[in-house]
Design a protein around this ligand. Sequence first.
Ligand SMILES: [Zn+2]
Ligand SMILES: [Zn+2]
Length: 262
Amino acid sequence: MKIRVLGCSGAIASGYKTTAFLLDDCILIDAGTGVGDLPLEAMARIDHILVSHSHLDHVLAIPLMADAVLRIREAAGRPPIQIHALPETLDALRRHVFNGVIWPDFTRLPSAEHPVLSLHPFELGQRLVLRGLDEQTREIEVITAAHTVPAVGFAVSGAQGNWVFTGDTGPNPLLWQRLADMPLAHLVIETAFGDDEQRLAHVSRHLCPSALSLELAQLGGSVEVHVTHIKPGEGEAVMGAVAALATPHRISALKAGDEMVF
Ligand SMILES: [Zn+2]
Ligand SMILES: [Zn+2]
């Protein structure tokens, strides 16, 4: 298994793209602005999109890529791209994005019989088994997150352990309970704010370095930890504070273009 980071920033600016991870060229995990850097042909190969929650920085590329790849997928007779998310997230996409006002309803286009997108609800704890163009299956568990809207993270099974993405989350003891008996190859965990914005992190249910420290204290062993979702311009403040933490884990900042093999 291989994950390529297309975007891992908490907002946009030149050189900063929001959350999107590409698993083995056929499964997208979150659809932030990073998706826009994929060549059209590569974008058209994506058969599944897993969405952690409804916030714009994680869903923005879904309506735009649907429009971009529609012709190629229709000409190749490809099935709809499957969007997998909590029922509340799918409902938000239906009501607030694909509503004919913000964007056309691509779950009925180019035709209601053969649309470019289809919506598939999952539930917390579910193990998804997804197959891409290469006919190989991949197992992904939907794991807990604690955010301002219904949200999840994902754990992708690999030969060398799981690749775990927390999604957007504040402090979440249930996550550490679940990860206690899960072999971890990589942990991608958000730290959206610096400690100077601790109050903002708390009300928006994100982490800051001091909160990250309390979370990682609940994780055993020595794990490869990748910090994601830092706001543009805050990288030095966040990673400076993270570097000062006393922890057995190996922590670095995730960058667009990084690849993780597991
Ligand atoms: Zn969010
Ligand atoms: Zn976010």
